[in-house]
Design a protein around this ligand. Structure first.
Ligand code: AMP
Ligand code: GLY
Length: 426
């Protein structure tokens, strides 16, 4: 039987584990913290650092690996596993820079598809901050850290930063931390996620997903890892037309080609593009070198093609076009009260209803004496399917409202889709 090493312990990896199990493989899980959902699907579990390959269980029995989160990718876990001749669904460290350095990603796009970039300035010196603010225009300023921040580092003038002084202070704090940052133009429009399987050459899309990154309803508040997402039964998003999607895929294909041609590195794994449809065309907000969280839940729950065959085809350099069920999905994250702030409810017991109506994916929780407790991060993702977004939404919220403990959630995931809204009281 095929044995797959699965790295990571969040809800996204829980969804990957469920898809792998459906294809009949054995899972060997490497987690930082024990995720009860992943553990229940695995034949072997080891706990420890996600990139510490020498501490992993017997690698000689592993057929291939799937890397869920970005942190181990940034720490070269794929490079290390390939030295042990384990093929990986996940890019080498040099290719993962498309996510791990926002400066690298913007520069790559300037070469590959400049029309998909906003106006941006790379800052390496505090004297460059003022001119960059003037170039972009204070009211249009977005300040971005270069490195990984779990989705929480971007600050926008007028939303998170109210004065030029605040912009300068935040930019300077990033400069001290990392020595580089981006100041870029604020893009206005509606966002969408394109997740793709990449075999080094081809970029094969999954159903499109709409993600909700802000902490509170109506897209208010700070950015989070994401509070929820939906996908439509036709695998498209009604607010996009065919040309928007073609443009996004063209940009991703060109970026991959540029990585190979200019940087000599082949991209193999999952490539995630976060796009925004503006009045000036489709622009890139960011790339990720992995499945989205929660977008992985939306698409993997629908995957009909056996995940092992799909991943093998990707690893052999000839990725197949997978089949997905024609159903809508809505995923709602239940987070501890106070998330993503400093006074978040940690170590709070939560009780999740048992249900057959929706899938429950544990995220950042731990189990002790048979009970489940929150950490400071997102706790549980509830994913429901339906023939339409309103139907999936109603089911998802019915289950979400049954989660007990010091938790909260956004009430408007999928609400902007026609037909959604008042029916379920959310
Ligand atoms: P990122 O981590 O780059 O995806 O940014 C997180 C979120 O910040 C995005 O999903 C957007 O909502 C917002 N964001 C990032 N860059 C921009 C931009 N240039 N203009 C407007 N919003 C942005
Ligand atoms: N949903 C956003 C992310 O995975 O980064």
């Amino acid at each position: 039987m095929t044995r797959v090493l699965l790295i990571g312990n969040g809800a996204r990896e829980h969804a990957i584990a469920a898809a792998l199990r459906r294809s009949g493989v054995e899972i060997v899980a490497r987690m930082k913290m024990l995720n009860p959902g992943i553990a229940s699907l695995s034949s072997e579990v080891s706990i420890g650092r996600l990139s510490d390959v020498d501490d992993f269980p017997d690698l000689s029995k592993i057929d291939f690996a799937v890397v869920g989160p970005e942190q181990p990718l940034s720490e070269a876990v794929v490079d290390a596993l390939e030295k042990h001749e384990i093929p990986c669904v996940g890019p080498l460290q040099a290719a993962a820079r498309i996510e791990t350095s926002k400066v690298f990603a913007r520069e790559l796009l300037s070469q590959a598809a400049p029309e998909a970039n906003p106006d941006y300035v790379i800052i390496r010196d505090r004297d460059d901050i003022g001119p960059a603010i003037r170039q972009v225009g204070l009211k249009n300023v977005v300040v971005k850290p270069d490195g990984l921040t779990g989705g929480k580092g971007v600050k926008i003038f007028g939303e998170h930063l109210d004065t030029e002084g605040a912009v300068r202070d935040y930019a300077q704090s990033l400069l001290i931390k990392e020595g580089v940052l981006l100041i870029e133009e604020k893009l206005v429009g509606i966002e969408f996620t394109v997740q793709t399987f990449v075999d080094g050459e081809r970029v094969v899309p999954m159903p499109l997903v709409r993600d909700y990154k802000r902490a509170y309803d109506e897209d208010r508040g700070p950015n989070t890892g994401s509070m929820g997402s939906y996908s439509q039964e036709d695998h498209h998003l009604s607010y996009l037309d065919r040309r928007d999607v073609e443009s996004a895929l063209r940009t991703m294909t060109r970026a991959i080609r540029m990585l190979r041609e200019r940087h000599g590195v082949e991209y193999r794994g999952i490539l995630y593009g976060q796009f925004i449809k503006t009045s000036n065309g489709v622009k890139v907000l960011e790339f990720n070198a992995r499945f989205g969280d929660p977008e992985a839940m939306n698409v993997l729950a629908l995957l009909e093609t056996p995940a092992d065959s799909l991943f093998w085809s990707l690893l052999y350099g000839n990725v197949m076009t997978p089949e997905f069920r024609r159903l809508a999905t809505v995923c709602v994250y239940v987070v501890p009260e106070g998330y993503p702030g400093p006074d978040v409810a940690r170590d709070a017991r939560i009780v999740v209803p048992s249900t057959n109506d929706a899938q429950i994916y544990y995220a950042s929780v731990y189990e002790q004496d048979g009970a489940v407790y929150t950490t400071g991060s997102r706790a549980v993702a509830v994913l429901a399917m339906g023939h339409s977004v309103p139907e999936a939404r109603e089911t998802a919220y019915r289950v979400v409202r049954g989660v007990r403990g010091r938790v909260r959630f956004r009430t408007d995931i999928g609400k902007d889709v026609p037909g959604s809204g008042e029916a379920d009281g959310c």
